[in-house]
Design a protein around this ligand. Structure first.
Ligand code: ZN
Length: 103
């Protein structure tokens, strides 16, 4: 019986990068280019309705959080997630589940 398990290969160096950017709140204008890329048209002036609280506001006025894995757009009234953009293998995937309407 050999009770030893080899589970080495633990890197001794600190992980590069920090979480500083995750606390930065931007607005919809920050993702204007991304929106054009996804929707093919200018969307910052589009009006979205929050599916959670019903607040109506222009996309440019929404709270945008840029994370390492993607971009999250939240309602400024109730902070519900309205839109999520995640880039996977060069393709931007969009999730608009939090929006009641977008026009
Ligand atoms: Zn809301």
């Amino acid at each position: 019986m050999d009770g030893t398990t080899s589970g080495s290969a633990v890197p001794g160096s600190a992980v590069p990068g920090s979480a500083v950017l995750e606390s930065a709140v931007l607005d919809g204008n920050a993702i204007g280019g991304l929106l054009i890329e996804v929707f093919g048209t200018e969307m910052t002036t589009a009006v979205g309705t929050c599916g959670s609280c019903g607040a109506v506001s222009q996309v440019a006025e929404l709270a945008v959080y840029v994370h390492g894995l993607g971009t999250v757009v939240r309602c400024r009234a109730c902070e519900a997630v309205l839109m999520t953009f995640v880039r996977i293998r060069g393709v931007t995937c969009v999730d608009l589940q939090g929006l009641a309407s977008l026009s």
